[in-house]
Ligand binder design. Sequence first.
Ligand SMILES: [Fe+2]
Length: 181
Amino acid sequence: MKGWKLGDGGEQGSDAQALATFLAPLGVTLREYPVAGAAAPWLAPAQLDAEGQERLLAALDSVFRVLQEEKGYQERDLVVLHPEHPQLAELDAKFCRIHIHEDEEVRYIVDGEGVFGFVLADGRQLEVTVSAGDYIHIPAQVEHWFRLNGARRIKAVRYFSARGGWTPVYQERAMQQFPRP
Ligand SMILES: [Fe+2]
């Protein structure tokens, strides 16, 4: 976790305990799982073909096994976004609006960076920058958004019990102002 910021020019910091206090009422969990050294050959390139993606997932499966035991996840796949991705702008726009899902959203960031935003219980809004080694669990129905930052590059594993619950359901609420690097 590289840091967090409250919206509209509010407080910011990098204290994990303070962040956990903001997120606990939402049921959002942020943990760290060090990225396996065996994954390194598939983390260096920005793009990966299907075989490279499978090899990367296999190298990261010690985390999958821990989560299977704890949460019962059945499947995992990989999101790979980079500046040359043909739908980068479209995907960024799709998730950079306040939305909820019918299912939980679970991500393990293994390369690059991204920003998750949340609507807190008191109406304030908060963005947190995640990077390699961060695992985030967002329960169903929690208002959030996701965007890329200036790095415009991320690799993240998604874990799930069933497919299809991740269509964003957009909310009417407006996003507060956050500085964009
Ligand atoms: Fe989402």
